[in-house]
Design a protein around this ligand. Structure first.
Ligand SMILES: [Zn+2]
Length: 316
């Protein structure tokens, strides 16, 4: 077997380094391509990643799932049990004459560790110029979705973009009456400087040709999903309808403690997983296993995620 000499360079060093020179973007820490091109109907699409997000012990996240139930599901799905690690799958799609990006990752926030905050690096790897993004659609104002709007120096990562978010979510997280805290401060820092570029979006509104908002409240007051239609294709971007793809699908009424209203979100989750499964609708989960695209099917009393295999060459 022929092995190419790599000298002392590690896989990490051979990864793509940041194309930005301000020194404030986290260094690229991926050694495999972390973008994936596909299409939704006639619309060219690319998944880019903001990198994996470790969020602590599985057991600390649920109000009504026992340790035994959790362990059994993780075991059956061969998922690591020591900590929950969520992907951050960012969709870029060309639709309605616009280049649209959905959610922006954790940006330069240090508190989420070195593996996340990769979006600007993965966009560069995919040859997507941040200046070419016309629309940034925000599912809700949590830090792992809004923090990549602004750079550390207070300028914009997407200088030519208009921003879209549900008004209730914007108001909730930027409410001047709310005390300062990590989540509130992050929402304010990223959203308020763009107030005059923000378009508020409503349930059922097709706010960009081919992109319709679906209110899915509970995770956050104005948490939204998005149905994308093009030609004969469709894709439902479910954002944070579920975080851990096995536990929260098998037990859709599991109450996730990060949710603003866990009980409301459990009902929202059950409703939309049912619609996705019955309609056999292709879906994308922001926190699902890379690149996050697949289907939901019924499984026992709940559901199961069936990931779509990546197609590296599309066979006609
Ligand atoms: Zn999230």
């Amino acid at each position: 077997m022929h092995c190419e000499a790599t000298g002392s360079r590690s896989h990490k060093q051979r990864g793509i380094m940041s194309s930005l020179s301000d020194g404030k973007v986290k260094p690229a820490s991926f050694s495999n391509p972390y973008f994936y091109r596909f299409a939704v109907g006639d619309a060219p699409a690319t998944m880019v990643s903001d990198g994996p997000l470790p969020v602590g012990a599985h057991t600390s996240h649920y109000a009504n799932v026992t340790a035994e139930e959790m362990e059994a599901i993780l075991d059956a799905n061969f998922i690591r049990k020591d900590k929950m690690v969520l992907e951050q799958n960012v969709l870029v799609i060309e639709t309605g004459g616009k280049t649209v990006l959905f959610d922006t990752g954790v940006g330069t926030l240090e508190r989420y560790g070195p593996t996340s905050g990769q979006l600007m690096n993965t966009l560069a790897a995919a040859n997507i110029d941040p200046a070419s993004i016309d629309a940034v659609v925000i599912s809700h104002a949590h830090p792992d979705h809004v923090s990549g709007i602004m750079k550390a120096d207070g300028t914009r990562n997407f200088p030519n973009a208009q921003y879209y978010i549900n008004e209730a979510d914007f108001n909730f997280w930027t409410d001047p009456a709310k005390p300062s805290g990590p989540k509130v401060d992050t929402a304010r820092n990223n959203l308020l400087p763009n107030r005059n570029r923000i378009v508020f979006i409503k349930d059922g509104q097709e706010f960009i040709p081919g992109v319709t908002g679906i209110l899915a409240p509970g995770h956050s007051v104005g948490h939204m999903m998005f149905m994308i239609q093009s030609g004969n294709g469709q894709l439902c971007y479910t954002a944070d309808l579920a975080h851990q793809y096995a536990i929260q699908l098998e037990m859709p009424l599991s109450e996730f403690l990060v949710d603003t209203d866990p009980a409301q979100m459990a009902q929202t989750r059950l409703k939309h997983l049912t619609i996705l499964a019955e309609g056999r609708i292709p879906m994308l989960g922001y926190h699902f296993p890379w690149p996050g695209i697949g289907h939901v099917v019924r499984f026992g009393d709940g559901f199961r995620f069936v990931p779509s295999a990546m197609q590296m060459i599309s066979v006609p």
